[in-house]
Design a protein around this ligand. Structure first.
Ligand code: SOE
Length: 366
């Protein structure tokens, strides 16, 4: 049966636009989606770099003005992979033009923009690339938590460490400028930790945060640490830093509950650590589950048991689930509302750090 054509525009041509381009090229091989995806046009500031990216990833056209793209009738979906401060204008214009809208995390550079964006996209299919939700080991953790396998949650702890801040060549890139990024490690890294925490352990009620900058004169945080009280009664610790020297891209979480423990690290992304505290003492101890079996999440989409996945696969799964949800007219998560919830936590982090006090996340509405 012939499938509807989905003509996609990519706004952005940097690292993450390459990762998204790969997902658009691969998704139909791994997911039964209701579309033939056409990588129609890629948009960026530097035409020479655009031409190279377009030919590498199979984009048919290049464009340097995103407003022209949003106005085109032959574009069905707009994917936003540009610096955070540009997300809101593009997403709102694309939604008003009736496009399907996908956007990188964090949703925006401020909670005010995020609220406008979530309102604007209410009538169009929308998604945010919180890719780590779709790592099979993370989805399995969600299933085990939902089944009560670790019981009542006591502790949720998360780390996201890289060492990019210690690299002088990065100092003048957009992620380190408040005007382009809104925040530093909090927006870039902590946003992932918060999204996973809200997905796995539910809402955060209040928090106490410290945003710290190591580089003299820098106007964004290099590291953000916080304590949190979750609505479910558990307590949390979060640490996001670009000065985690020795760590390339270490995104981890651990949950300690009344019946057991779950642990994950992106350094070993196909494994999930699980301790069943209800097992007889003779047998009690951790196991590391290889989350690559056919019955595991996405086990039937990708390769055979033991044939491990990589960084790109959760992006393919995010897109596959999103496009399927459109075809089935089902809700998709993470969407702009989910990303707004993350932005509200980040806003509370900024308020708490500035006032050196505990802040309720609900009160952080703009
Ligand atoms: C840089 O820190 C970065 O590319 C993040 O922006 C991405 O969200 C993360 O997946 C990898 O690291």
């Amino acid at each position: 049966m012939s499938k509807a054509k989905l003509s996609v525009a990519m706004i952005g041509a940097g690292f993450i636009a390459n990762v998204h381009s790969n997902a658009f090229r691969q998704v139909g091989h791994f997911f039964d989606i209701p579309y033939d995806v056409c990588c129609k046009v890629i948009c960026g500031r530097n035409r020479e770099k655009l031409e190279k990216t377009a030919s590498r990833w199979g984009w048919k056209e290049v464009e340097t003005d995103w407003q022209k793209i949003v106005a085109r009738n032959d574009i069905d979906a707009v994917d936003i992979a540009v610096p955070n401060a540009l997300h809101s204008a593009i997403a709102i214009a694309a939604a008003q033009a009736g496009k399907i809208v996908l956007c990188e995390k964090p949703l925006a550079s401020s909670v005010e923009d995020a609220e406008q964006m979530a309102k604007a996209v209410q009538r169009v299919p929308n998604a945010v690339w919180f890719n780590y939700r779709r790592i099979p080991a993370v989805v399995l953790a969600k299933q085990l938590i939902s089944e009560g396998r670790i019981g009542q949650a006591f502790h949720y702890r998360a780390l996201y460490l890289n060492q990019s801040g210690n690299d002088p060549s990065k100092a003048n890139t957009w992620r380190y400028q408040r005007s382009e990024a809104g925040m530093g490690a909090a927006g870039d890294l902590l946003s992932h930790c918060v999204d996973l925490a809200l997905y796995l352990n539910g809402a955060i009620g209040e928090l106490s945060a410290m945003m710290h900058t190591f580089a003299p004169g820098r106007d964004v945080d290099d590291a953000t640490l916080l304590l949190a009280r979750f609505a479910n009664g558990s307590i949390g610790t979060f640490e996001a830093s670009r000065y985690g020297v020795g760590c390339q891209n270490r995104n981890t979480f651990e949950v300690n509950g009344s019946k057991g423990m779950l642990g994950f690290t992106l350094d070993d992304m196909n494994q999930l650590d699980f301790v069943d505290a209800t097992e007889p003492a003779l047998l009690r101890g951790g196991r590391s589950i290889s989350v690559t079996a056919l019955d595991h999440p996405y086990g039937k989409n990708f390769w055979k048991p033991g044939h491990v996945l990589g960084y790109e696969h959760p992006f393919i799964a995010t897109l596959g689930d999103f496009l399927k949800s459109i075809g089935q007219q089902e809700p998709f998560h993470a969407n702009f509302e989910d990303a707004l919830a993350v932005q509200r936590v980040l806003h509370a982090v900024e308020q708490s750090s500035a006032s050196r006090s505990w802040v309720s996340v609900d009160d952080s509405r703009s």
